[in-house]
Design a protein around this ligand. Structure first.
Ligand SMILES: [Fe+2]
Ligand SMILES: [Fe+2]
Length: 379
């Protein structure tokens, strides 16, 4: 690795412009209004990176139902399924020794990252540096999973309070426990096997903060159950398929089963409400919000913290973002993400002909009319 060529001032300006560039592309003032306070807390104040607990003011209403109706049969079935599918994190095969430098059991596929693109910027990593780099990237990804799981724990507790369906409350209680178990499993893996923990990514903080602060129950469902859980499922599925490390693969298989139920719960809660319970302006706001968050997740979860650790000063942030966006592993992740997410948004009424051209402009049009289960091709 060569001498760092950039001045400290240019590095800081680079970070600042990267933080706000393209933050709001839908231009819907309601969406900007709802995300701006969280963007200020997450990106400008970096509230997730101060080594302190975060207090989020919550303003949703708890909803109690005294007649205990069986008001959503499919959620009742999901509740039964969740009860019989419980597992303990302590029963995973923790005896497996994880060696991130062992080429026989790579944490991530060798072609996950675009090494050749890095080399065009004069950065060449040898075999042991590549193994250490993959260790960093895997540690960063799993740390974001862990932070996302904590957000899911708190959000699922909130939606259990606020969902206006009694069957939804029973089911929601099982998700709270699922998320606690996911935190336990990811934290143990990071702490005892990878021996690292990265801080929460600023953009993930923005999304979690916005979901937890929003007083509308359906926005919590949309944000957490569909968008964040959808991204998590895409990432889990990509790594589960590609990792050569058996303990991580087992852990992800267990978590994926739970997350698939959580996404289904979100779809069940939202499809009728969006169709019958919102006027057109309210529906449009949610449609724009979903597009904005999908863009944030596609364009801004680019391992910036790994960049700062490895290449800050050697490479501009813009070059790093391009390299990561164009890396084969990220392309496979985007395929997993959007082939699930876009058909689901369409099925619940949040992908109308008004917003469709925006997705098509990003090259995502082909996913919209797929069935969520029909994931057979690669992007
Ligand atoms: Fe989870
Ligand atoms: Fe979940």
């Amino acid at each position: 690795m060569t001498e760092k060529p950039f001045s400290p001032l240019s590095v800081r300006l680079d970070a600042l412009s990267e933080a706000f560039t393209g933050l709001f592309e839908a231009r819907n003032p309601l969406v900007i209004f709802s995300l701006l306070p969280s963007a200020w807390r997450g990106i400008a104040l970096q509230r997730g990176k101060q080594g302190l607990p975060t207090e989020v003011p919550a303003s949703h209403k708890a909803w109690l139902e005294w007649s205990y109706p069986n008001d959503a049969k499919e959620m009742g079935a999901l509740y039964e399924l969740a009860l019989s599918a419980q597992w303990k994190a302590s029963e995973l095969p923790w005896e497996i020794e994880v060696d991130p430098s062992n080429p026989e059991t790579p944490l991530l596929a060798e072609d996950f990252f675009a090494w050749d693109k890095l080399e065009t910027h004069g950065i060449r990593l040898d075999a042991s540096e590549r193994a250490r780099f993959r260790h960093s990237v895997a540690g960063w990804m799993l740390s974001q999973f862990l932070h996302g799981e904590q957000g899911a724990l708190i959000a699922s507790a909130q939606v259990t309070e606020s969902v206006p369906l009694f069957a939804g409350k029973l089911y929601g209680s099982t998700q709270v426990l699922d998320e606690a178990r996911h935190i336990e499993a990811f934290h143990r893996y990071l702490w005892t096997k990878l021996e690292c923990l990265y801080p929460i990514n600023n953009n993930l903080f923005v999304i979690l903060d916005a979901i937890l602060r929003d007083e509308r129950w359906d926005m919590k469902f949309l944000g957490m159950q569909l968008m964040v859980e959808g991204v998590a499922l895409g990432a889990f599925a990509t790594i589960e398929r590609e990792t050569g490390e058996p303990l991580l693969r087992t852990l992800l298989r267990y978590v994926i089963q739970d997350e698939a139920r959580h996404v289904h719960y979100g779809v069940l809660a939202l499809e009728r409400f969006i169709r019958d319970g919102l006027n057109e302006a309210e529906r449009r706001e949610r449609e724009d919000w979903a597009f904005e968050v999908a863009l944030l997740m596609r364009n801004r979860f680019l391992a910036e913290e790994v960049y700062e650790e490895w290449f800050e000063g050697l490479l501009s942030r813009a070059a790093w973002r391009t390299i990561v966006l164009e890396s084969p592993g990220m392309a496979r992740f985007r395929h997993e993400l959007f082939s699930r997410l876009l058909p689901r948004l369409k099925s619940i009424g949040l992908l109308s002909n008004r917003i469709r051209p925006h997705y098509e402009a990003l090259g995502l049009g082909a996913y919209i009319d797929q069935s969520p289960e029909g994931v057979t091709t690669r992007a």
